[in-house]
Design a protein around this ligand. Structure first.
Ligand code: FAD
Length: 489
């Protein structure tokens, strides 16, 4: 039995702790905050409950499999349902669209509202399944840094299909060729933001993302997104994992290129195996300052961050659903502002999530809990106080125009998050939501691996390492890391 120390209890850290406990090891998790979950946390203001970070739950089997691995029934800990409606879209010219839970119904709605050829849309969405299969086996479920991945049968299947995977064109180019209405192009381009990237730069390979929503489903956990954290924390505790909250790790101790323990304000703890769920940049800079820094990997472009407004509203709107998008009229300029100018557009796309639509207990009677996300550049010292003010005004005006009434007087409770606060609260470099951006075709290969023999016994988990950000990929990073641990043992 090995003694395992984990830095951070984000979703990736929790999943790794569970996997190591299932293998029979003694695990201790050190968390700087007073609560588990990192970005996947919650808070309450004046009777409104808000999930602080993620709002969209896809690939729930990746959570379920952790319970199954521990010989537990997932439903004893965690439940969720598939949303019949995926997202309501609003354009300034009053075009409206609601995408639904499957490819067929969504294609019909896109055809009806955007004049697109229904069969073409339907075939496009269904066709994503096969591409997803190839990409996920090659890039999402295995280490890219092991020769065995590249020599496998699945890899050869991937090489044979490279021309079809869209590595040599951008997502926007692919959609522009495929669809006639620029609004349909915009709709599918938006999926680049699911990993904090720019559709005008990111390879068309990422056009597989809608497969998750329309062929597998968009889900809502009972109790809100926080239920993912709570149930994994409960499972870890049941498996004997020990948590040290409010205990920030200051150093990962190393001897002869081998991690041997960690140090906090409370003292030194020896471990056989270590894992960092902290963003890689601060891990190297603060916890491993004496080790050789993999400069090229650390210098990769960060994903977008966000400005988030949490508004308690004293009213309900039938026109709104669980997930809503109010599109920018200047989409390309919006991404140029974020990724080139490191600024915000004067007409940002606004994402509005209202969990109280499906969980009425999340808001006082007659009200709604609005979670509003505007994509923003990672923090580089911009004047965030000014940008917050400007953006708040723009968001109010944009949603007010769409709903045909001034919404500002309905805000009765309020909080916000910006890249500075995200960085402060989770140690994410620049407050990036998803680690690195995928704005070039080599991005997947330039994420930090889940294990490097340069520092033995140290594993790397979470949104800033392979295979990337978002709940499913963070869970996948823990799975790959535990597989590598077993291979190394
Ligand atoms: P993190 O959540 O980054 O947590 C790291 C943990 O490590 C933190 O708890 C931190 O306190 C702790 N830590 C750091 N340094 C130390 C230290 N030195 N000592 C001890 N502890 C330390 N994903 C989706 O799938 N769907 C969405 O809809 C979605 N929307 C998002 C919206 C927002 C506003 C945000 C912020 C993120 C969103 N994401 C979404 C991304 C998703 O939240 C992240 O990819 C994922 O939660 C990151 O998990 P992680 O394992 O990398 O850990």
């Amino acid at each position: 039995m090995k003694q395992v120390g984990v830095v951070g209890s984000g979703v990736g850290g929790l999943a790794f702790a569970i996997r190591m406990a299932c293998l029979g090891h003694q695990v201790q998790v050190f968390e700087a905050n007073s609560f588990p979950g990192g970005k996947l946390s919650e808070f309450l203001i004046h009777g409104f409950r808000f999930d602080a970070g993620p709002s969209l739950f896809t690939l729930p089997h990746l959570v379920d499999e952790l319970f199954t691995l521990a010989n537990k029934n997932p439903r004893d800990y965690f439940n969720y349902s598939r949303l019949p409606e995926v997202c309501r879209y609003f354009w300034e010219d009053h075009t409206r669209l609601c995408t639904l839970e499957n490819a067929e119904d969504t294609a019909r709605e896109i055809s009806k509202n955007l004049g697109e050829n229904e069969k073409n849309v339907h075939e496009f969405i269904l066709g994503l399944q096969e591409k997803y299969q190839i990409i996920s086996e090659l890039f999402l479920e295995n280490s890219l840094h092991q020769p065995s991945t590249w020599l496998s049968k699945k890899a050869w299947n991937g090489y044979l299909n490279i021309p079809r995977l869209g590595m040599f064109s951008t997502m926007h180019q692919l959609h522009k060729i495929r669809f006639k209405n620029p609004k349909t192009v915009q709709l599918f381009d938006r999926y680049a933001t699911y990993n904090g990237s720019d559709p005008y730069q990111t390879p068309a390979t990422l056009s597989i993302i809608p497969h998750l929503e329309y062929n597998i489903g968009a889900f809502f956990p009972k109790g809100g997104m926080i239920a993912i954290t709570q149930s994994l924390y409960q499972l870890a505790t049941d498996l004997g994992v020990q948590f040290h909250f409010n205990e920030k790790v200051n150093r990962i101790l190393c001897e002869n290129n081998q991690a041997t323990g960690l140090e906090t304000a409370q003292g030194k703890y020896p471990f056989d195996i270590l894992a960092s769920n902290m963003d890689i940049r601060p891990t190297y800079q603060k916890l491993l300052p004496d080790q050789i820094q993999p400069k090229r990997l650390l210098q990769q472009e960060k994903s977008s961050s966000g400005i988030i407004f949490y508004w308690g509203m004293n009213k309900q709107w039938d026109e709104l659903g669980v997930h809503n998008i109010f599109f920018s009229e200047k989409y390309q300029e919006e991404f140029k502002a974020i990724f080139m100018d490191k600024n915000l557009s004067d007409d940002p796309t606004v994402y509005l999530h209202i969990s109280s639509k499906v969980a009425p207990e999340d808001a006082p009677e007659g009200g709604e809990n609005w979670f509003i996300l505007i994509n923003a550049p990672a923090n580089q010292g911009q004047n965030w106080d000014e940008l917050l003010q400007l953006t708040r005004e723009r968001v109010i005006q944009k949603i007010s125009r769409a709903l045909g009434e001034d919404i500002s007087s309905c805000i009765v409770a309020e909080d916000y998050l910006d890249p500075r606060r995200i960085e402060e609260r989770t140690s994410s470099s620049g407050g990036a939501l998803y680690g690195n951006a995928s704005n070039n075709r080599f991005a997947a290969f330039l994420r930090h691996p889940n294990y490097r023999s340069a520092i033995k016994n140290l594993y790397w988990i979470g949104g800033s390492v392979h295979p990337g950000g978002g709940i499913p990929l963070c869970l996948s990073s823990a799975k790959i890391a535990s597989k590598l641990f077993q291979e190394n043992a």
